[in-house]
Design a protein around this ligand. Structure first.
Ligand code: NAP
Length: 226
């Protein structure tokens, strides 16, 4: 007799979900039936955004190691979207120490710590999707454009994506996405894409079938160079 037991929805954790691309990713994943946990460092804005989507809320500053340790309490996560990001200015020789620290703490160490917190249980359970929201600015192939702290923090995020993808087993997929140039606080009003369009590749990677890619870097659902 065929089982009529309904499987429970996948759980997705999205960082920086209170605005911009992260909010649109939460919205699209919720519309696809995932159980979304919208994480944000601003409690008021985060709770408001989560409420608007009927999503769960997690207070999470990804640059705060204690907060990441505490995030483990939410239990296993099937889909992790490392979206939270900052865009500190400067060239290699003139960017401030704070700009370098800020870029790497948020854009790289935040994502690394969350991978270390949630990927082991994905591997154990045999299913997981991680999307590291990166940027063409971090691509050697596209010329390492953009401010130095931002660009290099995304380069290392790309390297993390490739390295971790080589370590996982089972139906666990670790990919990076460049959303394109998107109209958000970071992208500015002149950007070509809406936040919803920017979220598309991320949502696609977050919900890949078992036959989907592992260890790639994508924009508009097409592979781009590291
Ligand atoms: P955004 O509107 O500025 O949103 C950034 C989000 O990250 C906000 O929710 C922000 O929270 C959050 N955040 C920053 N530092 C954080 C921290 N330490 N802990 C938790 N959350 C933190 O920018 P966006 O355009 O949506 O960017 C989303 C991602 O796309 C970023 O990784 C960015 O690098 C990438 N990206 C964007 C573009 C573009 O054109 N927009 C292009 C390429 C890549 P607060 O609201 O509290 O500040």
């Amino acid at each position: 007799m065929a089982s009529t037991k309904k499987s429970s929805p996948r759980v997705a954790l999205v960082t920086g979900g209170n605005r911009g691309i992260g909010f649109e990713v939460c919205k699209a994943l919720a519309a696809k039936g995932l159980d979304v946990i919208l994480a944000a460092r601003n409690r008021e804005l985060g709770e408001q955004a989560a409420k608007a989507l009927g999503a769960g809320f997690l207070w999470l500053d990804v640059a705060d190691r204690t907060a990441i340790d505490a995030a483990n309490d939410i239990g296993p996560v099937d889909v992790l979207v490392n979206n939270a990001g900052v865009y500190p200015p400067g060239k290699v020789l003139d960017a401030t120490a704070e700009a370098w620290r800020d870029a790497f703490e948020t854009n790289f160490f935040g994502a690394l710590s969350l991978c270390r917190a949630f990927v082991p249980s994905m591997v154990k359970r045999g299913y997981g999707r991680v999307v590291n929201v990166s940027s063409g600015d971090g691509s050697f192939g596209e010329g390492l454009t953009g401010p130095a702290p931002y660009s290099l923090s995304k380069t290392v995020l790309n390297a993390l994506t490739l390295k971790l993808a080589s370590e996982v087993r089972g139906d666990v997929k670790i990919n990076a996405a460049c959303p394109g140039w998107v109209r958000t606080r970071m992208g500015g009003e002149a950007a070509e894409l809406s936040p919803e369009e920017g979220a598309d590749t991320i949502v696609w990677l977050a919900t890949l079938p078992a036959s989907g890619p592992n260890g790639g870097f994508f924009r508009r659902r097409k592979k781009i160079p590291w």
